[in-house]
Design a protein. Structure first.
Length: 436
């Protein structure tokens, strides 16, 4: 188990470029299972979750060629589908939530999928009902083996249909789209997730020969085709990493440029930080965050306390609320953070309170942050990263704190952030990676 040792109080400056988007990479890599032709994907982030998924695809027979750093060719022309029933495969899936995105393409192309209940962040219950209800609408039958938490999905022929999703699940929408592209007839998905990740997946599938319209809306129409072919695709910059860098720049930055962020795909992320008083300048496709001696939380027009809450796209992504919360600890003013989706994601604030932050945890979903306006700096401490996003938030807190902090369980951070210690040290941070 590895840890970070962080010496706080060092200002960051310079230029940093975001990695490829983790969530998009997981989706488009799984989409390569839909064809026997080669599919080339570039700007793939070198992170644990993506690397583990690539290894999983290799295990079932996908040929993976590394063309260059972050550039891979996938060819699923000779798969060992029997491996899906093995205990080894079940064990690997249980540690990787991204494995859930194999359901749809395997079902769509082969008419069957046996996939273990996936793992991932321990941030509350993350149900799979939306995926399964969508598959059933398409004509699949599902069986659940309680003994080993395995889901078996079978369908002789998937048939297009209309469906209204019970929630705008990103992975659920992605899975249903991937199953439906090879189904007979037309599938209409209403209340579909429309995040840039989903848009990118649809663009790749269309490049492979699919017929998908309504991209970018919550009403997606898919006319089934008989087969897909090869294509090339480039993954977008990771919007969550961009937001994380904005937060770092506000807390400990002395002028940071974030390069090539794909501004049009960031949604309201820059405005969420502006609501905390953070200056975010747009220059071409870059963001420039100047040094902040102070930043003041805005209030609503009627003078009531600012509330930042997650919502389905184009609302604020829940993955950045942890970072926004940390940034608010040193703002001038107070803000209510409302995390609606996951009931355990705010529990990491106990560590921030130990570091001297003034936070009231109202319930599992809401926290009031009373900003210190840099009058009282956070103090160093020892903490454990419970999930990817809390981990990066704690890292930001440690970089701004007085003294030396230690963060354990940093493989959670490595799951979503590529070489984060090396890249931040190049900007002036003092982060040491140690093995226990």
């Amino acid at each position: 188990m590895a840890s970070f040792i962080i010496e706080g109080g060092h200002a960051l400056s310079g230029t940093i470029t975001p990695q490829g988007a983790k969530n998009e990479a997981l989706e488009v890599i799984c989409a390569t299972l839909l064809t026997s032709d080669a599919v080339r994907i570039s700007n793939v982030p070198n992170i644990l979750d993506v690397n583990n998924l690539i290894r999983l695809l290799k295990d079932i027979g996908v040929k993976v060629t590394a063309n260059a750093s972050g550039d891979y060719t996938f060819q699923a022309d000779d798969l060992n589908l029997d491996y899906l029933d093995s205990l080894e495969f079940v064990k690997k899936c249980s540690a990787l939530r991204g494995s859930v995105l194999m359901f749809g393409p395997l079902l769509g192309r082969f008419g069957k999928a046996t996939v273990a209940k996936p793992g991932g962040d321990k941030i509350g219950r993350r149900r799979l009902d939306t995926h399964f209800l969508g598959f059933k609408k398409l004509g699949a039958k599902l069986e659940h083996s309680e003994d080993c938490s395995v889901f078996q999905i079978r369908a002789q022929h998937l048939k297009g249909t209309y469906m209204l999703l019970d929630e705008a699940s990103v992975t659920g929408t992605a899975n249903i789209i991937m199953a439906a592209v090879l189904a007979k007839g037309t599938t209409t998905i209403y209340n579909a997730a429309c995040e840039p990740y989903i848009q990118q997946l649809c663009h790749l599938l269309n490049a492979m020969g699919a017929n998908i319209s309504g991209i970018g809306s919550n009403l997606i129409t898919i006319v089934g085709v008989s087969q897909l072919h090869g294509a090339e695709h480039r993954v977008l910059p990771d919007m969550i990493e961009v937001g994380s860098f904005i937060g770092m720049a506000a807390m400990v930055g002395n002028g940071i440029r974030i390069k090539d962020v794909s501004l049009r795909n960031l949604g309201i992320i820059p405005d969420a930080f502006r609501r905390l008083g953070v200056k975010v300048k747009e220059e071409g496709d870059d963001l420039v965050i100047p040094h902040h001696s102070h930043y003041e939380v805005q209030s609503f027009i009627d003078g009531t306390i600012m509330t930042l809450a997650d919502a389905p796209w184009p609302g604020l992504t829940p993955d950045l609320l942890s970072v926004l919360l940390v940034v608010a600890t040193q703002a001038r003013g107070s803000v209510l953070i409302h995390q609606k989706m996951f009931e355990s994601r705010l529990f990491f604030v106990d560590k921030l309170i130990d570091m001297g932050a003034q936070i009231i945890l109202c319930d599992p979903h809401r926290a009031v942050v009373i900003g210190q306006d840099h009058r009282i700096r956070l103090r160093a401490g020892r903490m454990t990263s419970p999930d990817i996003r809390a981990g990066i938030a704690l890292l930001i807190a440690a970089m701004s704190a007085n003294g030396t902090s230690r963060i354990d369980n940093i493989q959670q951070i490595d799951r979503g952030y590529e070489n984060i210690d090396i890249r931040l040290n190049e900007l002036g941070a003092h982060i040491e990676r140690v093995d226990d």
